[in-house]
Design a protein around this ligand. Structure first.
Ligand code: FAD
Length: 642
């Protein structure tokens, strides 16, 4: 898709440039007095959480934002492979896939050894993330991602819409009531600017609050959570521009090191014409903010021209620009319990996204870490609020996500130093070669982290089974289910199995059959299916409410190596009757096919098979042998409530 030819226009890219208009500010509504979950902030973290909770009819969610309406111009532009996978869990990846610039190549530029005042391309390489997911890293206006999440919320059963012009003033969590699950221990006070009225103060009581209110989070401050790490010492400029240029890699992500004037990172944007430039500006004094430098977009353009000499940059339009400083910090706690939570308290307030980790934007990790933060938290909140899981589940948010934030801070520190390294005057140009070569090595080494696909959680009662890792070497316990295709038995349609795991709070069990036909009643796969269906110890029987569809809590799929099966030979449980008419579900059984062999692709033991328990956020919770029925029950009994 091409757009922005005659100027940048925000809004829905499915509408042609000539007809596209930005949405008008939504009407203001009074805040509800009591809710289950209060979300502060409509950035990617807040919206991803709201999008997830909106699908639960029995959970009352309220999301507030201090700005008067949805975002038009985004900061973040990179949408990692993992974020794409999460958007697919919301059934919304198609739009992003269509609208994004897809990143296939990286180019590296350095001072020309013969004319060091000029830059010269050294090489181009395929992007190191290709092949890590069925999705490709994309670049699109963050506002578009927000739109898609907002649309999903509004179309959900709860028709959730944000309350805009609503600024958090004060937040209290009553310690005397915080361990009573039925209580509403959170009190939040907001300032509201209704048009043509004086400012009003409104109060909301909540069972849980999640601060997704960005780097200067009022929630974090009200909870007295300290940030640890370095403050900023370097200023960068960033701009999204439409320009005419003779720089040949204008449509390739490029790392450009000049000899004396600093570095530029160039990122082509969606629509075919727009380009983002990150431009190194200079060091800050201790305690100085980039905003105090008194620089404007013309200074960023002038510096970019110096760095990219001898190429011409004729900037026709600046869609958005900003000057920011780089600093890497992480919150000491991600919830309102004390560090380490020695008493095992139930958290009632959380911080997520930039509210608990800040870093430079060049790695493109901010949005791509913030959104998975709340993707981790959302299903846990829902499970506890619905009484399906014990509240201790909520403690795992901080332990799982704080480790990721720490990894992010370390990676960003390394990346920022590499991008800002340049040969000092007097050194020869060969030294610059080392800078871009180091960036390239860093990207290759960290590709799984940058893509978000290798991010894994430490072993715990919801990430276990490492002893059985040999049964499926390509599915790492704690990491996300790495999707691969299989053919649906009932109709032969190829299906990406990872895309079956939607953000609906359900657990999934994938049964990968062994060398024996599942039709054989002596096979382990057959016995497991019978156990799940009939045994009183079966977690499916124990945790599925009376009268609910059999897959409403734990959704079971089977994938077989045998290619001569037919659906009617298999137990009814694998094509169950559901819904008010008892219609059969034909979409639960798969088989391998020539060129579509998940056993091969993911290192599944063909002889023994295995079962894989997958969490509602698509991370692998457990790998078990097919005959480990008791262990499967024990796994769910650890935290579920029947
Ligand atoms: P935010 O996006 O900051 O959202 C917080 C929201 O809370 C805001 O809407 C704010 O108005 C609202 N809010 C704040 N205080 C209050 C209050 N008191 N009451 C009510 N509402 C409040 N990340 C990437 O992944 N890829 C990129 O390419 C990338 N590029 C970037 C470029 C730049 C120049 C910058 C500055 C950042 C970039 N980032 C990038 C980082 C990314 O934008 C952030 O990490 C991400 O937006 C964080 O999401 P969030 O939801 O945690 O917070």
């Amino acid at each position: 898709m091409q757009y922005h030819l005659n100027g940048f226009k925000p809004g829905n890219y499915q509408i042609p440039d000539s007809a596209r208009e930005p949405a008008t500010a939504p009407p203001m509504m009074a805040l509800p007095s009591e809710v289950d979950v209060l979300i502060v902030g409509c950035g990617p973290a807040g919206l991803a959480l709201a999008r997830q909770l909106a699908d639960f009819a029995d959970i009352k969610t309220c999301i507030v934002e201090q700005k008067p309406g949805p975002m038009l111009f985004g900061q973040a532009d990179g949408i990692s492979c993992r974020t794409m996978e999460i958007m697919e869990a919301f059934n919304s990846s198609e739009m992003l896939v269509k609208e994004t610039y897809q990143l296939h190549q990286n180019a590296f530029w350095e001072p020309d050894s013969e004319q060091p005042e000029n830059i010269k391309r050294t090489h181009k390489v395929p992007d190191a993330r290709l092949g890590l997911s069925e999705f490709i890293h994309g670049v699109v206006n963050q506002a578009r991602l927000h739109d898609i999440l907002l649309e999903g919320m509004e179309n959900s059963v709860t028709h959730l819409v944000p309350h805009y012009s609503c600024r958090l003033l004060e937040l209290n969590v009553d310690p005397d009531r915080s361990q009573d699950l039925d209580a509403y221990p959170v009190t939040a006070t907001f300032e509201r600017d209704y048009p043509a009225q004086s400012t009003q103060v409104e109060t909301v009581k909540a069972r849980y609050v999640v601060g997704c209110d960005g780097a200067r989070s009022a929630v974090r401050k009200n909870l007295s959570i300290a940030l640890q790490g370095d403050s900023a010492n370097k200023a960068w400029g960033v701009m999204d521009v439409l320009l005419v240029t003779d720089f040949p890699d204008i449509r390739v992500k490029s790392f450009i090191q000049s000899r004396e004037n600093g570095a530029v990172m160039l990122i082509p944007r969606e629509g075919g014409y727009l380009v983002r430039l990150y431009v190194e500006l200079g060091l800050l004094d201790r305690g100085q903010r980039a905003s105090q430098l008194d620089l404007c977009v013309d200074d960023i353009i002038a510096r970019a021209k110096l760095i990219m000499n001898p190429y011409q940059l004729d900037v026709k339009e600046v869609a958005w620009w900003s000057i920011y400083e780089v600093g890497q910090r992480v919150a000491e706690r991600f919830d309102d319990t004390p560090v380490g939570n020695p008493e095992g308290l139930i958290p009632r307030a959380f911080v997520a996204g930039d509210a608990c980790h800040t870093h430079s934007p060049k790695g493109g990790w901010g949005l791509n870490t913030s959104l998975p933060d709340t993707f981790n938290l959302g299903w846990k909140l829902a499970a506890v609020l619905q009484g399906r899981s014990q509240p201790k589940l909520l403690q795992t948010y901080a332990s799982e996500r704080r480790k990721v934030a720490q990894m992010l801070i370390n990676a960003d520190r390394e990346m920022s130093a590499l991008v800002a390294t340049r040969p000092s005057a007097g050194n020869n140009a060969g030294q610059a070669k080392t800078c871009t070569a180091d960036i390239e090595k860093f990207i290759a080494r960290q590709n799984g982290f940058i893509a978000g696909t290798s991010i894994g959680y430490d072993l715990s009662y919801i990430c276990t089974g490492a002893d059985n890792q040999h049964l499926a070497t390509g599915f790492r316990v704690g990491q996300r289910f790495h999707s691969a295709e299989a053919a649906r038995l009932a109709d032969g349609r190829p299906q990406h199995l990872g895309q079956l795991v939607k953000a609906d709070g359900r657990w999934r069990v994938f049964i990968f059959g062994d060398k024996h036909s599942p039709v054989d009643t002596a096979s382990d796969a057959y016995k497991l299916i019978r156990f799940l269906e009939n045994d009183s110890a079966s977690p499916v029987r124990k945790y599925t409410p009376e009268g609910a569809d059999i897959d409403s809590v734990i959704d079971v799929y089977a994938v077989f190596q045998q290619r001569n099966l037919s659906i009617e030979q298999l137990p009814d449980y694998l094509w169950p009757a559901k819904g008010k008419y008892g219609l059969r579900d034909y979409e639960k059984v798969f088989q391998t096919e020539e060129g579509m062999d998940i056993f091969e692709q993911r290192g599944i033991d063909r002889s023994a098979g295995c079962m894989l328990v997958v969490r509602p956020d698509q991370h692998i919770a457990n790998i078990l042998p097919l005959n480990a029925q008791a262990e499967l029950s024990a796994f769910f009994d650890e935290f579920m409530i029947s």
